[in-house]
Design a protein around this ligand. Structure first.
Ligand code: NAD
Length: 478
């Protein structure tokens, strides 16, 4: 992906018109049957499955190099898994739930139920790092809940956006699912619309603007943001296994994943062994850099410059930088070796901001309580990882921190669990998708009360003229 961006092709009024048409179709449709929801979910699966090869091509073109294994795993298989899981469960999820009614009316047949109704038209604005997962992942819950949707792929995913805009109408009526392409101005116009719900994936700064804009129409938001996902290696951890698990995460997508282990806390006396294990495994898997098709390139020149600048600032401030591989002289691509940055000073951007690229922070520690205090002093992360066999320490770390999700002796795999919600907390986001909680997120949970066969209020003296006896009875009941 170069510095090309899509033209600001769509006027705000055209986006608003499209939304109004989809809203009108939603209203005209009335209740959305399970069969139709399942059919929409299946068509989304078919779209991804049928065009898997083309998807690998367009995403690789946008990145300037991404292996089909990475694309099939992140942008095809994973969303298909969530879509299929939603299809399998939607009938059960959408069943109304009986709730306890209210005394004394329940004695006379009054009942209460919770109904799950679609909200209407949901906007989904994605980002470039997993361009299809960020759209089709939330879409599983959005369609399962019976909604229609409008997708806005990232302005930086040019080839993917254009392909998506061509292919979606082959599977969906534009009133069910539409695609809006364009640059940042189009993204701004899109996120200002009066959606019935908006899902935004991206950075904290842009999310603040999105939230201000959403206030205008009181649009409910799901914000999927990022942050520095901390990784705590306990003293009881098997260092080789921990290194292997973190390498398996770090090789994904050139480090450009929102739940990537960002800062790894290692007991001081184990740091040298951990680095040696990590380095050996990394170089076995990715021995070369430039032109290595197994490695994902940095997505564009701006992000390359952002990450390189942070590493250089940390080095200048006294951090040790270990480089795992070499860029070939004259190498033209944006693949870069992983840099292990040891003990970057706390006031550097490297130590403070999400890295989101080919570098990982390593921090030595003496006392796990100090690590927990460090984590709690920062923003609440999207993910937290603990490695070790010490159950008491594991529960201490999990119990004294908050993060969107977490893994024990693993990294990132919690996102692939179909039956668990995925989302952030605090600065890493709000709301969630995936699993039954994703269905609930995009449903309106409407409480419906059904009157019984007899209203006892007048008989019980609960209607005017009020009596002292009623007053005393009510006070006693308190
Ligand atoms: P970004 O916030 O700069 O841009 C996100 C998207 O928003 C862009 O692709 C663009 O289309 C749109 N946009 C840009 N400016 C806008 C504006 N003013 N108004 C409305 N829309 C605008 O983020 P990015 O650099 O594309 O993505 C990286 C960030 O996304 C990282 O912080 C990463 O952690 C986060 N992320 C989070 C998740 C998650 O699921 N939680 C997943 C992937 C990435």
């Amino acid at each position: 992906m170069n510095q090309r961006v899509l033209p600001d092709s769509l006027e705000e009024s055209l986006i608003a018109d499209q939304l109004q048409r989809q809203k009108a179709a939603f209203i005209a449709e009335g209740p959305v049957s399970a069969a139709l929801r399942e059919d929409r979910l299946q068509r989304a699966v078919d779209l991804l499955k049928t065009h898997a090869d083309r998807i690998c091509e367009v995403i690789s073109e946008d990145f300037g190099g991404r292996h089909p294994v990475t694309t099939l795993s992140m942008d095809v298989q994973t969303p298909i898994g969530h879509l299929k899981y939603a299809k399998k469960n939607v009938q059960r999820w959408m069943r109304p739930q009986r709730r306890a009614s209210v005394f004394p009316f329940n004695l006379f047949g009054a009942r209460a139920e919770l109904r799950f109704q679609p909200k209407g038209v949901v906007g989904i604005a994605g980002t470039w790092n997993c361009p299809l997962f960020m759209l089709f992942g939330p879409l599983a819950g959005v369609f399962a809940a019976g909604n229609r949707a409008m997708l806005k792929p990232s302005d930086l995913s040019l080839a993917t956006s254009q392909w998506l805009a061509e292919v979606v109408p082959q599977y969906f009526d534009p009133l069910e699912l539409s695609v809006i392409t364009g640059g940042v101005a189009t993204a701004q116009a899109f996120t200002r619309q009066a959606f019935d719900h908006l899902v935004f994936t991206g950075s904290i700064n842009v999310a603040k603007q999105i939230m201000r804009d959403a206030a205008e129409h009181l649009v409910p938001l799901t914000l999927e943001l990022g942050g520095k996902s901390p990784t705590v290696i306990g003293r009881s951890a098997d260092l080789k296994k921990a290194a292997q698990s973190i390498v398996m995460a770090r090789i994904q997508n050139g480090g450009q994943v929102c739940v990537m282990p960002d800062t790894v806390y290692v007991p001081r006396e184990h740091m040298a062994v951990f680095v040696a294990e990590f380095k050996a495994l990394w170089l076995q898997m990715l021995p070369t850099v430039t032109g290595n098709a197994d490695m994902t390139a940095v997505a564009n020149a701006r992000h390359l410059e952002r990450v390189e600048r942070k590493i250089e600032q940390a080095r200048a401030a006294g951090a040790l930088v270990e480089i795992l591989g070499q860029v070939d002289a004259g190498g033209q691509d944006r693949r870069r070796p992983l840099r292990l940055v040891l003990d970057a000073p706390a006031d550097t951007a490297f130590a403070q901001e999400e890295i989101f690229g080919q570098a990982m922070a390593l921090e030595s520690y003496d006392d796990v309580q100090a690590v927990v205090a460090r984590i709690n002093a920062g923003s609440r992360p999207l993910a937290l990882y603990y490695y070790g066999k010490d159950r008491a320490e594991q529960e201490y770390v999990l119990g004294h921190t908050l993060s969107g999700g977490a893994c024990v002796n693993e990294a990132m795999l919690h996102v692939a669990v179909h039956d668990m919600p995925f989302g952030g907390i605090g600065a890493s986001g709000m709301g969630r998708y995936n699993g039954p909680e994703g269905f609930a997120e995009f449903s309106h949970m409407r409480g419906v009360y059904h009157a019984g066969w007899w209203d006892p209020r007048r008989k019980l003296g609960m209607a005017p003229p009020y009596t002292d006896k009623l007053l005393q009875m009510m006070k006693k009941a308190l």
